[in-house]
Design a protein around this ligand. Structure first.
Ligand SMILES: Cc1ncc(COP(=O)(O)O)c(C=O)c1O
Length: 492
């Protein structure tokens, strides 16, 4: 770690060979020879990685990128955080694999985790380890069905819960389901209340979705027999960083309570400080019955788990869920430090403050670029949606993808999301240095100027719509009429 607190490569973004440079090209070609065509990410980011440091990545050609992808929200504490690296090294000198036998790392992890679980789960939950996010979601659904003695779960349009054989049935995108051999299951799909793309009518908000859920349960001819649980992402991730109206999760909780359904929160992408609260459900002050945790909890070492209300089931049969690698000691040792770092620093509160300012900054680009239809989010989970018409709101996936390419050439990694890949998502490590945020924003603005104009960009654009789920914000204006920097001096 540098003496001034910088962990990232200080000179990022630095492009010495326009990506893909010659050495990256050679490794990408070799990968293509040896690995399946099904690999996806080299298509989005055609570089070969040499080293990760803080919030930056160096490729094998010496290019240095600002990393606004963070391993899809795995690296909330950045690449190789010194605290995590030390824990990993120490654990690697003791034991790497111990099945489910207790180790000091395992017990320490549970003691750190359980008190910080959301709402009423804190201090009162049981934990079941899994390996991946999808594994956690499948296990949560199995648990809910076992606990209620009922079968059938509600999942939302736009949802992403993974692509394992069971989880893929909860995931909404056809592109994920089309290649799975295991599509089936007892899943009822219900429209997610998306303030920008409402399925149930522009003014319905949460009410339309809740009314439809009531119909499913109450109407004997709804076509739905039994429901055990509702699975929800508190903020949708792969669906396009969609923030539901503020009343949605409380209303969903109340619906579940009225009908004895369990509420499963999938915090795989949104948890662990990402949204400016420890858990995304904390914004709504809602306690789920079961929560799925993965990605950032292991800081990059695969680790996931399900935490559930201790009184949910009297006891689970031994071996209710199995898997050789569940609760791996290396991941657990790192997880202890992930949790301690989040608990003992002001990183999460700082993410909320910096996230608000970033949303303002991205919104300030909308005035000159009507191809940005919507900017929304919480903390460092910000979606910038591209449309080819701000009035028709037609998704402009090619625009967002062109931005991804233009940003790569400028040394900034930023990924897309949404059904049409029309949303650019900001998900930098929470520890990113302010200076790198400023450099990234400058690259973003330059890339915006470069991409092909959307058809209606030549006509005066109406004022961008303010998403209903967020209080309207005005961009703070600094010297010279420019938006103020992320951190006005002395603000943080
Ligand atoms: C909300 C959510 N749930 C589940 C998953 C699946 O996790 P994994 O890829 O580890 O199986 C993801 C992955 O992106 C996710 O974003």
């Amino acid at each position: 770690m540098a003496a001034d607190g910088w962990r990232s490569f200080p000179d990022a973004p630095k492009i010495v060979h326009p990506p893909p440079g010659p050495r990256s090209r050679a490794l990408l070609a070799r990968q293509a020879e040896l690995e399946t065509d099904a690999v996806a990410y080299p298509g989005y980011f055609p570089i070969a990685v040499a080293e990760g440091r803080g919030s930056t990545i160096e490729d094998v050609d010496g290019n240095r990128f600002i990393d606004w992808v963070a391993g899809i929200s795995v690296l909330n504490l950045g690449h190789r955080h010194p605290r995590l690296e030390a824990a990993l090294r120490a654990q690697s000198e003791r034991v790497w694999h111990a099945l489910e036998l207790p180790t000091e790392a395992r017990i320490r992890f549970l003691e750190e985790l359980i008190p910080v679980l959301p709402g009423g789960l804190a201090g009162r939950a049981k934990v079941l380890f899994t390996v991946t996010g999808a594994d956690a979601v499948e296990t949560a659904v199995s648990l809910a069905e076992y606990a209620t003695g009922r079968a059938g779960v509600v999942a939302f349009s736009g949802a992403y819960h993974g692509v394992h054989g069971g989880a893929v049935n909860l995931t909404a995108g056809r592109r994920y389901r089309a290649t799975s051999a295991f599509v089936g299951g007892r899943v009822v799909r219900v429209p997610f209340p998306d303030p920008y793309r409402s399925v149930l009518g522009a003014d319905e908000g949460s009410a339309g979705t809740i009314r439809y859920l009531e119909h499913l349960v109450r109407d004997p001819a709804s076509g739905v027999d039994d429901l055990a649980a509702v699975v929800v992402e508190p903020i949708q991730g792969e669906g396009g960083y969609v923030v539901p109206p503020d009343d949605f999760l409380p209303e969903l909780r109340a619906f579940c309570d009225r009908h004895g359904l369990l509420l499963i929160a999938d915090e795989v992408q949104s948890g662990l400080g990402r949204t400016g609260k420890f858990w995304a459900v904390d914004h709504a002050k809602v306690t789920p019955d079961i929560v799925c945790i993965a990605k950032s909890i292991g800081g990059g070492i695969p680790l996931s788990l399900v935490a559930y209300r201790a009184d949910l089931v009297k006891e689970l049969p031994r071996g209710f869920h199995l898997g050789t690698y569940r609760g791996n000691p290396l991941g657990l040792a790192v997880g202890v430090e992930v949790l301690r770092e989040l608990k003992t620093t002001d990183l999460i509160a700082r993410t909320a403050r910096r996230g608000d300012r970033l949303i303002d900054r991205f919104r300030s680009f909308q005035a000159d670029h009507p191809s940005i239809g919507d900017v929304r989010g919480r903390g460092f989970m910000i979606g910038i949606e591209f449309v080819d018409s701000p009035t028709r709101r037609t998704p402009w996936g090619d625009g967002a993808k062109a931005m991804r390419r233009a940003l790569l050439q400028r040394g900034v990694l930023m990924h897309t999301a949404g059904a049409f890949d029309q949303v650019l998502r900001f998900m930098a490590p929470l520890v990113i240095e302010d200076e790198l945020l400023e450099r990234g924003l400058a690259a973003f603005e330059a890339a915006l100027d470069e991409i092909d104009p959307a058809p209606e960009r030549t006509v005066p654009a109406p004022a961008p719509p303010a998403p209903r789920s967020l209080a309207p914000r005005t961009a703070p204006v600094g010297a010279g009429g420019r938006p103020s920097p992320i951190l006005p001096s002395g603000a943080d």
